[in-house]
Design a protein. Structure first.
Ligand code: FE2
Length: 336
């Protein structure tokens, strides 16, 4: 099965904008057009963070996954953890559940999934000090393969024009996919509150596969306004939501069309610090942004389930089943 998979991927090796790596089932889109206009000074990357890529970069973590899981299997489990940045300012940190990220990372390791997907916003601002602290956290606490989607906070400025030098230096391109036992997991960089036409063409191409597909991206597309709701655990449907910068608009319509046309099995998103689900045009979306970031008061129109949590996902040939694990011990399955 693995050989067939590799042949399939080789046959689909595409195009300008991608390059092969030493890991055959990992592809990354070059970040050539990802970098938005930079306001002010670019962040300079120190040598220690460049070297961190050898351990924590997407390619290195993909190789680690191959090393730890060399045998093909028909089902597997992985974890998804959303926003973990602790808040840039003291008033924000008041809303952060204490020690939640470490507790949840420890719980995930105890459950032994094959790998972890982090949905972005792992630092409060993309500066050297914060990346150093985060890399140290990984070194101290993470032994499972872990893939990082880029969030807006992981750039040099959380909002507005910013560079992504540190993310690219430590993790690599923000657009990549990893194939694993019949599934293709795609990371799409929406950290500029936009996805470009070039990115969407790449997305459409990589979703054109016999494999079952999952898309992970940080920011929620604008067509999910009024659509995300908590599932039936005592929380009701939610309606309108209008926090500035909660969604991305540019590229959203085409993004949604591609996901529906390609029959994507699941979309995981972060950014809005809550939990919610939506089923739109046959595509199932999960907002899971409770990795440890502040759980701010949100207007009543936003998803009401705001607790620190992560997901454990089981993937089989029949599809995905997810269980939500909240920090206080509450667990429940996602039902559709
Ligand atoms: Fe964010």
């Amino acid at each position: 099965m693995r050989i067939a998979l590799l042949i399939l991927i080789a046959a689909q090796a595409h195009a300008a904008g991608t390059f092969s790596t030493t890991v055959p089932n990992l592809k990354l889109l070059r970040p050539k057009t990802e970098i938005p206009e930079i306001q002010g000074k670019e962040v300079q990357v120190p040598e220690d963070l460049r070297k961190a890529k050898d351990t924590w970069g997407t390619q290195a973590q993909s190789a680690l996954l191959d090393k730890l899981q060399p045998t093909p299997k028909t089902s597997f489990r992985f974890a998804v953890i959303g926003d973990v940045e602790p808040g840039r300012f003291p008033w924000q940190r008041v809303f952060a559940p204490k020690g939640a990220f470490k507790k949840q990372i420890d719980a995930i390791h105890a459950a032994s999934p094959d790998f972890i997907v982090q949905l972005g916003d792992f630092v409060s601002k993309g500066i050297v000090k914060n990346y150093r602290a985060y890399v140290q956290f990984l070194a101290d606490n993470v032994s499972l393969p872990m893939f990082h989607v880029i969030g807006n906070h992981d750039r040099s400025k959380p909002n507005g024009k910013a560079d992504k030098n540190l993310y690219h230096a430590v993790f690599g391109p923000g657009d990549f996919y990893r194939d694993y036992n019949g599934w293709r997991i795609v990371s799409l960089d929406s950290s500029n509150y936009a996805v470009s036409d070039e990115q969407l063409s790449w997305l459409d191409e990589v979703l054109d596969t016999e494999l079952k597909t999952i898309v992970a991206t940080h920011i929620v597309p604008s067509y999910l306004k009024k659509k995300l709701h908590s599932i039936d655990v005592g929380e009701g449907f939610t309606a309108q939501g209008l926090i500035p910068k909660a969604y991305f608009e540019t590229g959203a319509t085409r993004f949604g069309s591609i996901l529906a046309a390609r029959g994507v099995e699941r979309v995981y998103m972060g950014h809005i610090h809550a939990f919610g689900v939506a089923n739109v045009n046959g595509v199932k979306y999960v907002l899971t942004a409770g990795g440890g970031s502040p759980l701010y008061p949100l207007p009543g129109s936003y998803p009401k389930r705001k607790k620190a949590h992560y997901l454990l996902v089981e993937a089989t040939s029949a599809g995905l089943t997810e269980t939500v694990y909240e920090l206080d011990g509450t667990t429940y399955p996602i039902t559709w």
